[in-house]
Design a protein around this ligand. Sequence first.
Ligand SMILES: Nc1ncnc2c1ncn2[C@@H]1O[C@H](COP(=O)(O)OP(=O)(O)O)[C@@H](O)[C@H]1O
Ligand SMILES: [Mg+2]
Length: 348
Amino acid sequence: MTQDLRVSREKVEEYSRDLEKKVEQRTEQLAAQNVAIKEAQEALVRTTRLASVGEIAGRAAHEVLNPLTNINARVEKIRNQALQKNETDLKLLKEISEGWATEYSAKGAQGLLAALSGPSTAQEGKTLFEEDIENIRAIAGDVLASMTTLQSDTVFLLSESDRINKIVNGMRQLSRVSGTARNIAVHAFLDSALSTMSDLLLKNKIRIEVLYCDGQPRILADSDEMLQVVSNLLRNSLQAINEARDQNGKIGEPVWIRIATEVTPAGRVLIRVADNGPGIAEENFQRIFEPTFTTKNPDEGTGLGLSICRRFVRAYEGEVRVEKSISGVETVFLIDLPEAGEQSNGNA
Ligand SMILES: Nc1ncnc2c1ncn2[C@@H]1O[C@H](COP(=O)(O)OP(=O)(O)O)[C@@H](O)[C@H]1O
Ligand SMILES: [Mg+2]
């Protein structure tokens, strides 16, 4: 009996040792598989990123060509019109002043006066002085006019080069590998985004509503990038509201932009940027996240904002999408990111 018991206990012990070993082996296998899956995932992210970088580069190159063509055409116009006209005028001015100087050095002031009082050869019935003065006045008028044109030409050139600047900057952000993920406090970067935009929002008489959830939710992300994501969304809301105001489009009263946060039981941090502007037209709904898709005029929008937002947020396993859009009632952009534990990685 005792013998039997001992044997069976030894068997149980052996069995349990065996089981432990099996569990250990299986855990190792799972860990290895996990690494492999993670690597495959990263490779996939890299290839999709590269594919869209190529796509973005193509579109952006196309977008840069428009202002560049405009700049070329305008510089050509300046060269042909303004410079040629000024050259003719300045030659005439040189002729007049040299004529006067020659008379004066040969015959003195009296001699110059006598010559100027003589008849004009070019214009019948006028004295030479009258002809000269008329020409000088005309030249002054021409120079003034061409300066005004040149002034507006430079404004145009600057705005076009500014546009190229914006497109190239946007492209750089879109194609760069994501920043450094740190454990950051959500309400802190939202406050920064609001404070950088607050003057502009106030000036435009837009009410700001801040509805933060309790506590201090944290995420793993690059705070500069997140600041930019939220600023892009705020700027879009502001522009949408102003555009509707300009065109008497549908808009709620009073006009507001709202930032709200929430942490779900599933451990997701939700950031909502909403406005009661004109909303997104149905036909554009599917396209607004495409790089270079814009409904704004060229000095207002490059169409890169939302794709930059999406790229940044997706790099931290998040997503940004339109939750709803009802014209004049509410348009809500939702940023959805995994919640990070208290200071679980890096510093804030
Ligand atoms: N809050 C909003 N309300 C209405 N339309 C919006 C809003 N945000 C974005 N959109 C639409 O999405 C388009 C793309 O936005 P974005 O990628 O930021 O580029 P951009 O602002 O340069 O046009 C905008 O041109 C606009 O039509
Ligand atoms: Mg934008």
